[in-house]
Design a protein around this ligand. Structure first.
Ligand SMILES: CC(C)(COP(=O)(O)OP(=O)(O)OC[C@H]1O[C@@H](n2cnc3c(N)ncnc32)[C@H](O)[C@@H]1OP(=O)(O)O)[C@@H](O)C(=O)NCCC(=O)NCCS
Length: 231
């Protein structure tokens, strides 16, 4: 993933302030070049309500880019699909910032869904809430996703995007993707995962992302291969 843009700085767990309370779920923190601190943790079923609220807060354009069709609302079934993950074949990072009174406020989600026919391939979908676009968060989220995907035997990340979705095209270009026409206005990106993830985010960050993602995986959770809910 090559870009001259300044990189996020990984904040080692020992340096995270305020210190997490005992038993609090682990979050991997980064400081963005502009100083914004963002945390990544796996999405879980308790996030359903927050996800639905976050969806409602998205602009129409962001919804359209994310779901490739007009989406006035998210159904309960869709919200369950997007939050009840097995964390192996369907994994998602929730991206948050510390809001007022220290509570974490979700500002994005990045997920992969493994292809049922080719288990070495997974489709990526990412969304960042509109006020936080252009800060490098989409790039960070996809890089963090790639780190986890690689540990789950995934070798290729794909994405369906509108051809005019410049930030997402840039993110895939940064991964050395190839692009093919996939329908009117639609492009399929395909990126072979490289071994340079540690070089991009740093060895320490990758190890922490893998550790935190690994804690979330529990294969007894429902499998996420609902063809109606791609991405
Ligand atoms: C696509 C999306 C996730 C990108 O997230 P983001 O945090 O805004 O993107 P980043 O800040 O990491 O920028 C990614 C690249 O796009 C570039 N970029 C950002 N906004 C841009 C714009 N409006 N025009 C052109 N390039 C842009 C950045 O410079 C960066 O390129 P670089 O690494 O070469 O500098 C975000 O725009 C979004 O949520 N969109 C709606 C949902 C969506 O489109 N999802 C993708 C389909 S699954």
């Amino acid at each position: 993933m090559s870009s001259d843009r300044p990189r996020p700085r990984f904040i080692p767990p020992a340096d995270v302030l305020p210190r997490p309370a005992p038993g609090e779920e682990p979050i991997v923190w980064f400081e963005m070049p502009g100083g914004l601190q963002v945390g990544l943790r796996p999405i879980h079923p308790d996030d359903r309500q927050a996800l639905m609220e976050g969806f409602q807060a998205l602009s129409e354009e962001s919804r359209y880019h994310r779901f490739l069709s007009p989406m006035p609302r998210l159904s309960d079934r869709q919200a369950r699909y997007l939050t009840e993950l097995d964390q192996i074949d369907h994994f998602a990072w929730g991206i948050g910032i510390r809001g007022d009174a220290g509570a974490i406020e979700g500002i994005g989600v990045a997920r992969y869904v493994r292809d049922t026919a080719d288990r070495t391939t997974a489709e990526v979908a990412v969304v960042i809430t509109d006020p936080y676009h252009g800060l490098g968060l989409g790039t960070l989220a996809v890089q963090a996703l790639a780190v986890v995907a690689a540990t789950r035997g995934i070798e290729v990340l794909t994405g369906y995007l509108l051809g005019d979705n410049k930030p997402m095209v840039r993110i895939f270009q940064g991964m050395g993707a190839t692009f093919t026409h996939a329908g009117p206005g639609l492009v399929r990106a395909e990126a072979v995962l490289q071994d340079d993830a540690p070089g991009t985010l740093g060895e320490e960050a990758c190890a922490e992302l893998i550790r935190v993602a690994g804690r979330a995986s529990h294969p007894s959770a429902p499998r996420s291969d609902d063809p109606d809910q791609r991405g």
